[in-house]
Ligand binder design. Structure first.
Ligand SMILES: Cc1ncc(C[n+]2csc(CCOP(=O)(O)OP(=O)(O)O)c2C)c(N)n1
Ligand SMILES: [Mg+2]
Length: 361
């Protein structure tokens, strides 16, 4: 077994003086200045306008299939991917546009993917739920709830086993955590982690609903982060609407997983301020007042207030919003004008190389 051999390779000293957290683990303190936060604001606003454009495209019949946007949750992926390093791998479910954009995909190609065009990041074959961009560390985009969790844990195992320095950030929802696939994968993650063989950071995006089912109606044990504990995985909670708080936790957690090769979990408390999918209008499972209350804690609005307080000019922020709107409009125009995928693409990237594809006639 490669256990102890690779474990040794993963350990390296923290880059800055360390402090201890409530779990007694060593942690790096990371601080962010105003300019950094302005840049984070830009990223979050770009995601929001991109997805607003996509929602319009869906509702006007230009985008088919499903479309699940991330509005209200932008602080989570933005915060965690701030700690991304080359060689890391990111995997999530179907609410995946933000992750791909944050990793550096061109919004034009991302939008074209939603439009099912040949210029899309997976040549129009994946659509909203199946983005993929391994060149920039993104390993999907999955529509089967919980199905990606064993894949993410397995990727983290492979990274450690092969002696790579990368880690896996595995994003999952509060609905997915009740799926059997989570429990089997978390069990193995904790077990492999004992030998430093599972550098997997679980990012539990608790937006309080799985479609129309609230957490309270899905489980008798609603303290979701504790579900990791039963598999020997330590965890903490963060306000998922406060991007600066998320970034601080993210940098600490990523450093810890990278150094130890052990899994760790962060439960980010948040709220989806839009319906589950772009096709959903009736929200009988929650009240308008509840949505309104959470909209007041919109992560973009919270950051905006913080930046104004720190002396950033409102004109500068509105300039950032205008530029983001233009970026989204350009992406939509590109997607609309792009050609359909070529017929010759029908079977490429679908089967493994070498597999003979039988054709009719
Ligand atoms: C195995 C499986 N069961 C059911 C569904 C239908 N479904 C799609 S999304 C969803 C809710 C998942 O909720 P959560 O994990 O909290 O993610 P969120 O939509 O809140 O981001 C369900 C049940 C599915 N896609 N796959
Ligand atoms: Mg949810």
């Amino acid at each position: 077994m490669a256990t102890t051999e690779n474990q040794g390779k993963r350990r390296r000293p923290a880059a800055t003086p360390a402090t201890s957290d409530s779990n007694g683990a060593e942690q790096k303190e990371v601080q962010f200045d105003t300019e950094k936060l302005v840049d984070v604001y830009r990223k979050m606003v770009e995601i929001r306008f991109f997805e607003d454009g996509a929602t319009r495209g869906f509702r006007t019949g230009h985008i088919g299939g499903y479309l699940h946007v991330y509005s209200g949750q932008e602080a989570i992926a933005t915060g965690f991917l701030d700690a991304y390093e080359e060689g890391d791998r990111i995997i999530t479910a179907y609410r995946d546009h933000a992750h791909v954009l944050l990793l550096g995909a061109d919004p034009k190609n991302a939008m074209a993917e939603l439009y099912g065009k040949g210029t899309g990041i997976v040549k129009g074959k994946g659509g909203s739920m199946h983005f993929f961009n391994t060149a920039q560390g993104f390993y999907g985009g999955y529509g089967i709830v919980g199905g990606h969790i064993p894949l993410g844990v397995g990727m983290a195992y492979a990274q450690a086993y092969q002696g790579e320095k990368g880690i896996t950030q595995l994003f999952l929802g509060d609905g997915a955590i009740h799926n059997g696939a989570f429990h089997e994968a978390a069990n193995l993650s904790g077990l492999w982690g004992k030998d430093g063989l599972n550098p997997c950071l679980f990012v539990l995006e608790n937006n309080q609903y799985g479609m129309g089912t609230s957490v309270e109606r899905a489980t008798a044990m609603t303290e979701l982060g504790r579900k990791f504990e039963s598999y020997g995985i330590e965890w903490e909670q963060v306000d998922g609407m406060d991007v600066e708080a998320v970034m601080k936790v993210a940098h600490r957690a990523v450093a810890r997983v990278r150094e130890t090769g052990k899994p760790y979990a962060v439960e980010a408390l948040s709220y989806r301020i839009v319906p589950h999918g772009a096709a959903d209008f009736l929200e009988k499972y929650r009240t308008k007042e509840e949505v309104k209350k959470w909209r007041e804690r919109d992560p973009i609005g919270l950051l905006e207030a913080k930046l104004l307080e720190q002396g950033v000019d409102e004109d500068r922020l509105s300039g950032i919003r205008d530029a983001a709107k233009q970026l989204a409009a350009d992406a939509v125009a590109f997607a609309e004008e792009s050609p359909e995928p070529d017929l010759s693409e029908l079977t490429t990237d679908v089967y493994a190389p070498g597999v003979e594809v039988a054709t009719a006639g």
